[in-house]
Ligand binder design. Structure first.
Ligand code: SAM
Length: 317
């Protein structure tokens, strides 16, 4: 089968929304070529896992590559992608150069192209994300390995927004918590929560493809007994209350769900939100505070912000 590789030259800020657009358009395996990766410190405990070559990266900005099946809808799909990307500017997202290039590739190239960039990475104090096809053995007793095959869903586990959430989960999950993961994508946060000791995790995604990928990854990681994955819109079908709510979703969506999130948490419960670009930090902080939360920490990575906030036991609305 022939595939068409679509490359979009954009900004770091637009990576997440454009990845989402590409996934929505049915693209498989989004590759992020970000020159910042060349300078990231890699944990030497891994040894020489992989060598990054500067030739594979743009000099400025970020290149997103995804793969679309060559069929009679291709030009329509590409037009829809272009239109959706341009519309991001209305949401005040800097899309940068927005150059869109199409290249024809073959199935075998597609299958290996994005995997070239996806290797085991230590993303937190304890958690390492490893592609499910790599035979990665943990280095220390304390290390937790989350194996992932994101397929066509968002969530290789290495995007800054995901890394910030994983690091926060490491701080807030002590054992036996109930967790709600809204916008689970590949299931990465739900699986990490289970492996950190949470006793029950409800993972939700609107996208059928994400739900399938999450279910597969739950099985790969053998956490079926604690993680339940369902398809749904935000917290629409949630009736219970939880100790921790994780949502790595765009700022506007977090704003939309702030009040429902407050209701879905137990007193003393914590919400961890990510997917927030720097300039939307205050918008989300205000919305969470307005809903009744007390902000407990704001952390940043590569222009992305994650916010953790608590539903204070004595401050219930
Ligand atoms: C940025 S990805 C996060 C994936 C994963 N949790 C992670 O941290 O890497 C956001 C996910 O939210 C899902 N999503 C977007 N809008 C949603 C909604 N209204 N209800 C449920 N899920 C939604 C998308 O399908 C996508 O899988």
């Amino acid at each position: 089968m022939k595939w068409s590789e679509i490359s979009i030259h954009t900004t770091q800020e637009a990576v997440e929304p454009i990845s989402h657009i590409l996934h929505e358009a049915g693209a498989g395996g989004v590759v992020i070529e970000d020159p910042a990766d060349l300078f990231k410190e890699r944990d030497t405990k891994f040894g020489e896992i992989f060598q990054l070559s500067a030739d594979d990266y743009p000099e400025d900005g970020v290149i997103l590559k995804a793969y679309l099946q060559m069929n009679s809808f291709l030009s329509e799909t590409v037009d829809n992608i272009k239109q959706a990307v341009t519309q991001l500017e209305f949401y005040d997202i800097d899309i940068g150069r927005n150059e869109v290039i199409l290249n024809e590739v073959h199935e075998e190239e597609w299958a290996t192209a994005w995997k070239k960039y996806y290797k085991p990475v230590k993303v937190g104090e304890r958690i390492t994300i490893s592609p499910s096809w790599e035979n990665y053995n943990r280095v220390t007793e304390n290390e937790i390995v989350v194996q992932l095959d994101p397929g066509m869903a968002f969530g290789t586990g290495t995007h800054p927004t995901t890394v910030l959430c994983i690091q926060a989960l490491e701080r807030y999950i002590k054992g036996k918590e109930s967790v709600l993961d809204v916008g689970t994508g590949s299931g990465v946060l739900a699986i990490a929560s289970a492996k950190l000791g949470a006793s029950s995790i409800e993972a939700i995604d609107l996208d059928e493809v994400a739900v399938e990928a999450a279910l597969d990854n739950v099985k790969i990681n053998e956490v079926e007994s604690s993680v339940n994955v369902t398809q749904g819109n935000l917290l629409d079908h949630i009736t219970g209350t939880y100790d921790v709510l994780a949502a790595n979703i765009l700022a506007e969506v977090i704003v939309e769900m702030s009040e429902d999130a407050y209701k879905a948490l137990k007193p003393g419960g914590v919400i961890i939100t990510s997917g927030i670009i720097e300039k939307k930090r205050n918008l989300v902080k205000e919305s969470l505070t307005q809903a009744g939360f007390q902000i407990i920490e704001v952390v940043e990575m590569e222009g992305w912000v994650a916010i953790a906030a608590e539903k204070k036991a004595e401050e219930q609305k």
